[in-house]
Design a protein around this ligand. Structure first.
Ligand SMILES: Nc1nc2c(ncn2[C@@H]2O[C@H](COP(=O)(O)OP(=O)(O)OP(=O)(O)O)[C@@H](O)[C@H]2O)c(=O)[nH]1
Ligand SMILES: [Mg+2]
Length: 314
């Protein structure tokens, strides 16, 4: 059984070495532990530090591609290295490598496909109020849209079974955290949380320059994922909402007509009702087309899964 630990890193020369050294290299039921660093176009000594600290493989992007794409590269590299379990840990030293053992246990016991290291069920040394609120809100939205009940959708400390890694297709360029959870739910992968420690960050956040830009970018990714995996529901909701407003205007006109036998003072409302009903109906038709595209996506993802699996077998 092989474990590959992936570490996406962007200018993390100060903390990466310690993160790598903290990773346990001898674990019960695991024959072999390998460490892969994805250096996402860092302009400091991240690559050098990674090798010096004992990373087995360092993938360096010439240019910054964003955390989600670095994470995706890490998963693919781990699969290519024939891993049975993949753990992702951040390069900023906020998570404790020793807890990897706790993280992979549910997968070793065949109780989970994905294990999330929850900071909110665990122990947080320091997190600003802004980030606490932002995390809580983003987790609530992810839960609402996916039907899950987890405590920390933003954690960067996660374990994946090989099956989960083969099934997940990261599309975002920014953050993978909520997208992977929403996809996992759609693909009926079993998600489990275990409590973990979260230390204070040394140095500035690489991912979150400010909470507003994070909310905007992460929010868009969440909405796009929902649209892609629930196209019928998304567009039926939009179309239905537009038609409902149209009907409300129409009702006003109808009541007036029934009372007075006239619609003349309400001509603008009549036009608005007609426009809203037509547009809403078109969006409903769009829902049907989007649903067909969604079915195709399912088939394409299944083909991709089989191709990746066959490729690994070779
Ligand atoms: N590959 C890649 N990694 C990034 C990028 N931005 C951040 N990271 C890494 O992703 C991990 C998480 O980034 P952080 O900046 O710590 O974000 P965070 O943990 O959500 O926020 P903090 O609580 O402020 O630390 C770290 O290992 C970073 O090095 C990026 O653009 N590309
Ligand atoms: Mg961090």
């Amino acid at each position: 059984m092989r474990l590959v630990v992936t570490i996406p890193a962007y200018n993390e020369e100060r903390t990466l070495g310690k993160v790598i050294r903290e990773i346990p290299r001898k674990i019960d039921q695991i024959d072999d532990v390998k460490v892969v660093v994805v250096d996402d176009g860092s302009i400091d000594n991240t690559r050098k530090v990674a090798f010096e600290a004992g990373a087995d493989k360092v993938i360096s992007f010439k240019q910054n591609r964003g955390l989600a794409q670095a994470f995706k590269m890490g998963l693919n590299a781990a699969l290519q290295m024939n891993s049975d379990i993949i753990v992702n840990i951040d390069a900023d030293g906020q998570y404790d490598g020793a807890e990897i053992i706790k993280l992979i246990t549910p997968i070793l016991n065949s109780e989970a496909d994905i294990v999330l290291g929850s900071r909110f069920k665990g122990w947080i040394e320091y997190m600003s109020l802004q980030k606490k609120l932002g995390n809580s809100l983003a987790t609530k939205v992810t839960n609402l849209l996916s039907g899950l009940k987890i405590s920390d959708a933003q954690t960067g400390f996660r374990a994946f079974s090989k099956e989960a890694a083969l099934r997940i297709n990261v599309m975002s360029n920014y953050t993978y955290v909520q997208e992977t959870i929403m996809q996992a739910v759609d693909k009926r992968l079993k998600i489990v949380e275990v409590p973990v420690h979260f230390r204070r960050r040394k140095g500035k956040s690489r991912l979150i320059p400010n909470i507003f830009s994070y909310s905007k970018r992460a929010g868009l990714t969440i909405l796009k994922t929902y649209r892609d995996y629930k196209p019928l529901r998304t567009f039926l909701l939009i179309g239905g909402f537009i038609m409902l407003i149209g009907l409300a205007f129409g009702l006003r006109v109808l009541i007036h007509y029934l009372n007075t036998g006239m619609i003349t003072p309400y001509i603008p409302s009549v036009i608005l009702t007609a426009v809203l009903l037509i547009v809403g109906f078109q969006v409903v038709i769009l829902a049907l087309i989007a649903d067909m595209i969604g079915s195709n996506r399912k088939i394409e993802e299944e083909i991709l899964y089989i191709l990746k699996k066959k490729d690994l077998e070779r």
